[in-house]
Design a binder for this molecule. Structure first.
Ligand code: SF4
Length: 81
């Protein structure tokens, strides 16, 4: 499972940080940070979801009010949003 975080879209509501600890609050920027991710385009951060953290990643994606977080299965199919 893979997660993509569009940091440009993020408005810093920080619901995601309560759901999955890979998302961290950057209160100075008013944005979340996705730990251990790689930037794959301007403000687009990507990483694999470790085994056992899939539900947390999905809840984080569902919690985002502006759909800044997308989750894909291993076949590349988008699960959320
Ligand atoms: S829930 Fe969405 S808008 Fe809020 S901090 Fe997380 S990614 Fe940003």
């Amino acid at each position: 499972m893979r997660v993509e975080f569009d940091r440009d879209t993020c408005i810093g509501m920080f619901q995601c940080t309560a759901e999955w600890d890979a998302f961290e609050e950057d209160t100075d920027a008013g944005k979340a940070n996705l730990a251990d991710s790689e930037e794959e385009g301007e403000d687009l951060f990507v990483r694999e979801v470790p085994d056992g953290e899939e539900l947390d990643a999905k809840f984080a994606a569902r919690s985002c009010p502006v759909d800044a977080i997308a989750v894909y299965d291993d076949d590349g199919e988008q699960l959320i949003p």
